[in-house]
Design a protein around this ligand. Sequence first.
Ligand code: DX5
Ligand code: ZN
Length: 223
Amino acid sequence: MKYIIAPSILSADFGNLQRDIEMINQSEADWFHVDVMDGIFVPNISFGFPVMAAVKKHATKPLDVHLMIVEPDKFIPEFAKAGADRITVHYEACTHLHRTIQLIKASGCKAGVALNPHTPVTLLQDVIEDLDLVLIMSVNPGFGGQAFIHNTYKKIQDLKRLIQGVNEELIIEVDGGVGLQNIATLVSAGANAFVAGNAIFATDNPTETISKMKNLITTGISI
Ligand code: DX5
Ligand code: ZN
């Protein structure tokens, strides 16, 4: 089983973005997690295409783009052109989710769907075969540095059951409040990709923190 660490550049220092991107390039991290917020779907605005282009210019690892925006179909081809490798849309933001998933794939990207903490995984039953990734939000989307919601463990287990015999290759990604204190427990629950913002960028040595996360995943020891 391959485990993925995806540092969220939302917590990077935008005044030193290139430095922080190089740090991720040099580290044991696997993807760049790119959080796009529109101020409508979530109560915050992050950044759009110019920042995305700057990240793409320097990043040597895949871009995992998390769209916290309404009407994502309007922008999916442009995010693909800007260098997204994976595009994840929110279940709660898509009226025609099946169509949106097909659009992501037609744009040449892997397709993901994110679920807010209140949205049960069973609602994905009829599209689960079409997906490459499900992103379980372990905080309410909008901000970095929030407290992890405990019900996430149950949701990961529910999702594990849902993909059994249907799409066992699907990546189960967790986003929000993930860090050294819970990553091993999340692995035991069945998650295999981990987004972390604050837990990486607010430490003195982010590269070392990423290494420690990788280590906890492989040793499975909770701290
Ligand atoms: C929250 C974003 C997350 C966020 C995670 O809306 O989707 O990716 O940056 O930040 P931490 O790890 O600080 O909770
Ligand atoms: Zn995110």
